[in-house]
Design a protein around this ligand. Structure first.
Ligand code: ADP
Ligand code: ZN
Length: 217
């Protein structure tokens, strides 16, 4: 398999970038946050029950739980799949396990994409962020509005605010990012395995930069 890893503060635009990247390169987006929210909506899911207390507080789930989730998600993919990981690994211990496994299994890790955005911009963006309640496509009421107000362009579903985009949890998620994920980005950068991109730029430009940097097609 081939992997790239997208990291950045909540609201930086990882979801939008990964969807565009899929169209241009075939890298399939996997958002561990989305999978956790999906599991939590399923009352019979043991994983959802274990993740809920952390998600309710806007903190990261323990590494062991994130790793279990990651390896179970992978079972759905074929051995030649190309995957863009949005939000995993998110801590240095997760990355160590991930990279050991990549090496052991002979997979390819292209590198980490750091999509950066200031705290103030991230907070502003999340106020105006909406997602489709059916297919989870992200929108922004000003920068990327749907053609018909409140309706998803892709599937006609109703738009809504994301479950954890309330101000308290946004603040907590941003703190967790600075405490636990910034050190990971530095860790990748120190190994020359990180590309830094401005989350304020046009996502199409960011995709072009990535394709040129890593020859992704
Ligand atoms: P955001 O990056 O906007 O906060 P995500 O949808 O990527 O949102 O993730 C939402 C939440 O899911 C995180 O705040 C965290 O609690 C949990 N989560 C997702 N991936 C991981 C991970 N790799 N390790 C720990 N927690 C995770
Ligand atoms: Zn939709």
């Amino acid at each position: 398999m081939e992997f790239l890893v997208l990291l950045g503060p909540p609201g930086a635009g990882k979801g939008t970038l990964s969807r565009l990247l899929e169209r241009r390169t075939g890298f399939l987006p996997v958002s561990t946050g989305e999978v956790i929210r999906h599991e939590m909506a399923d009352e019979t899911s043991d994983f959802g029950r274990r993740a809920k207390p952390y998600m309710d507080r806007g903190v990261y789930v323990p590494d062991e739980l994130a790793l279990t989730l990651f390896f179970s998600i992978l079972k759905k993919f074929s051995s030649g799949a190309k995957v863009a990981l949005d939000g995993f690994p998110r801590t240095i211990p997760q990355a160590e396990v991930f990279l050991d496994w990549v090496k052991q299994e002979g997979h390819v890790f292209h590198g980490c994409v750091h999509l950066d955005l200031s705290v103030a911009q991230a907070v502003e963006r999340m106020k105006l962020r909406r997602i489709c309640s059916v297919c989870r496509t992200p929108y922004h009421l000003v920068n990327r509005p749907p053609s018909v107000p409140e309706i998803c362009d892709e599937c006609g579903g109703a738009l809504m605010m994301r479950e954890d985009d309330d101000p308290e949890r946004v603040a907590s998620r941003l703190e967790r990012f600075h405490e636990q994920t910034r050190p990971l980005i530095k860790w990748f950068a120190d190994q020359q395995r990180c590309i830094h991109l401005d989350g304020g730029n046009d996502p199409a430009e960011s995709v072009a930069t990535l394709m040129a940097s890593w020859a992704l097609i």
